[in-house]
Design a protein around this ligand. Structure first.
Ligand code: NDP
Length: 332
């Protein structure tokens, strides 16, 4: 008899206006999509994209019923033609996991071998999911900023959406690398948390001068990581110091960018795009390796909380409402 397991399943209800309902159901591994590797999932993590998928956002997930979860870490249970040994600890992020392929909010997942990254030796399964896609993305942002010449002596580096998943890991990582990090947040009650994870200074969203229509603002930031997009990203571009860079990876505020060319042609600033989803296997492995060694964060547990499948719905709603902070790990 095939294995049965629990999965967090979102279904679309019939009606004039589509509605979505989540429940925990029992499934069989035979119902999982095709793929070379069957994984017993030990941990997953919660990301903004999961909250969109679980609430029926068709830009993320076209077909329901569906199991969200864009991250997972666990142990290989079966692998086609021995591409992985049984028992190997692995992690999967990105590609189509949790979007239109059943994801990590379940006790088992089956995926193509090309999506699977062996867990770095110096990292536990739980640590890999405290980081998850958010940690990978934050690391890619920091890497791009460094490649574009950012150095600690150049001055303050801004992180927006600082209490969120990508934001909080970016704050901690930049602080570890010796940068003076200014955390921008909408949550006044999280100043202590942000300072504890490495922020030198915490500012409110209103301090970014978003409504100022001047083509350039006072030069302030040597670099920035932005998860918000829209007017926030535009305000950052206008306040970067000469030759400074912003790594843009998110859209929680807006998908649009009403920019002028002045920051680029008068201050030589750089707008660096970051995508963690379609990275090559080699690139993913090298960033995970770095996160487990020279970029290893020693305050990961402090930045995260663990939840069970029963608590998923509530935690996903908090993310959609912009009220979550730090990283949330799903223990299976
Ligand atoms: P979270 O929900 O964990 O964090 C987002 C944070 O942004 C919130 O905690 C809040 O922080 C802030 N925020 C929320 N709404 C607004 C708003 N309307 N205006 C300004 N700030 C807001 O999300 P993640 O960290 O998981 O993801 C952040 C973004 O990055 C998302 O858009 C996601 O899609 C994107 N992303 C992109 C990836 C890529 O490969 N390019 C990979 C991973 C994520 P605070 O209250 O502190 O301001």
């Amino acid at each position: 008899m095939s294995k049965r397991f629990n999965a967090f399943r979102v279904e679309e209800l019939d009606g004039e206006k589509p509605e979505y309902r989540a429940s925990i159901i029992e499934r069989s591994v035979d119902d999982l999509p095709e793929g070379e590797v069957l994984i017993r999932v030990a941990y997953s993590s919660l990301n903004y994209k999961d909250a969109l998928s679980a609430s029926g956002n068709k830009g993320v997930t076209r077909q329901y019923p569906h199991t969200p979860g864009i991250d997972l870490a666990g142990e290989v249970v079966e692998a086609f033609e021995d591409c992985f040994s049984v028992g190997t600890p692995v992690l999967v992020t990105g590609f189509d996991l949790g979007m239109n392929t059943d994801g990590g909010f379940a006790e088992y997942a089956r995926v193509p071998a090309s999506w699977v990254v062996p867990l770095p030796e110096a990292m536990s399964l739980k640590e890999s999911m405290i980081l998850g896609t958010a940690g990978l993305t934050a690391a890619l942002c920091v890497e791009k900023l460094l490649q574009n010449g950012l150095k600690p002596e150049q001055g303050e580096v801004l992180v927006t959406g600082a209490t969120g998943g990508v934001g909080s890991i970016a704050v901690a990582l930049l602080a570890k690398l010796g940068f003076e990090v200014v955390a921008c947040t909408g949550k006044q009650d999280k100043v202590e948390f942000l300072c504890k994870i490495g922020a030198s200074n915490v500012i409110g969203r209103d301090e970014l001068d978003i409504d100022n229509k001047r083509p350039l603002l006072k030069e302030r930031w040597a670099g920035a990581v932005d998860v918000v997009g829209g007017d926030t990203l535009m305000a950052i571009l206008k306040s970067l110091r000469h030759s400074g860079s912003v790594a843009a990876c998110g859209l929680v505020g807006s998908t649009s960018l009403d920019a002028s060319v002045f920051p680029f042609i008068l201050r030589g600033v750089n707008l660096l795009g970051v995508d963690s989803v379609m990275l090559s296997q080699e690139k993913k492995q090298s960033v995970w390796q770095k996160l487990s060694t020279q970029w290893k964060l020693d305050n990961l547990e402090e930045m995260s909380k663990a939840i069970s499948m029963q608590e998923l719905e509530e935690s996903l709603a908090l993310i959609l409402a912009g009220k979550a902070s730090g990283r949330t790990v799903l223990e299976l």
